[in-house]
Unconditional design. Sequence first.
Length: 264
Amino acid sequence: MSELITGKKLEQVIEKNKLIKDDIQRLINDFTVRFNKSGVTGQDKLSFSVLKENHLIQIPIDDKYWGGAIITKENIKIPVINTAQPRVYQYFVAWHEIYHLLYDLNLNEETHNIAVDMDINERKADYFAAKMIFGNVYDYYYSLDDEDFIDRVIKCMDVYKAPYKAVLVELFEEAVMKYNDLDLKEKILEHFDNKPEALVQKFIDLGLDSELVKPSYVVNLGGLEKKMQNAMKENPDVSHHKDNYQFLLTLKDKIKREVEGLAK
């Protein structure tokens, strides 16, 4: 994931992007035609809409490096997102998961964990996520009047609902591959490994919605509760439906208690 890329790896990341650029663009064209039939607007809403159609599970997990996973069993894939992460990171993870869910032919493990992994398949997932999220971030960055580099990056985060490092990776690629912008390249390398502290306060100071950089702590079990309720109604005498439902309620209560503990 982009959050775990370091400044020393930026050139390597860009070189890999060159290799996969055309393939990823074909997938984006395919996605646009096939998977937004409802006309959902907003890339954050669109990603979650697609994942929810595949029984997305949203749970908070107290692990700052764990963004999500795809659980696979036979032909079933269930995406999971960690809602203890800031919303802006969840949105990036959602698109990363969509790549694995829809286009990853190598996804045959029982569980695919979304973690740092610089092999080409993981780079494809991150690149797909970035290209689904960003418009022309380079031009937007330069349209801002702020002289402070970090303030400009934060405003890019706000507009594109993208993590700090994802914005910098995208700007770095544009600066190197398209515009030969050496000044911007040096600024990115200078700040890449120094993510600003107190991002919530920085958003507030700039008059932006700070909820974007806070966790959501959403608990959603992907429609499983409703399915079990329907199964009990259709087969009231079948005891294992009731047992499964009770197990799910117990699990849900446990997760909610953990959420309350995280939110304090």
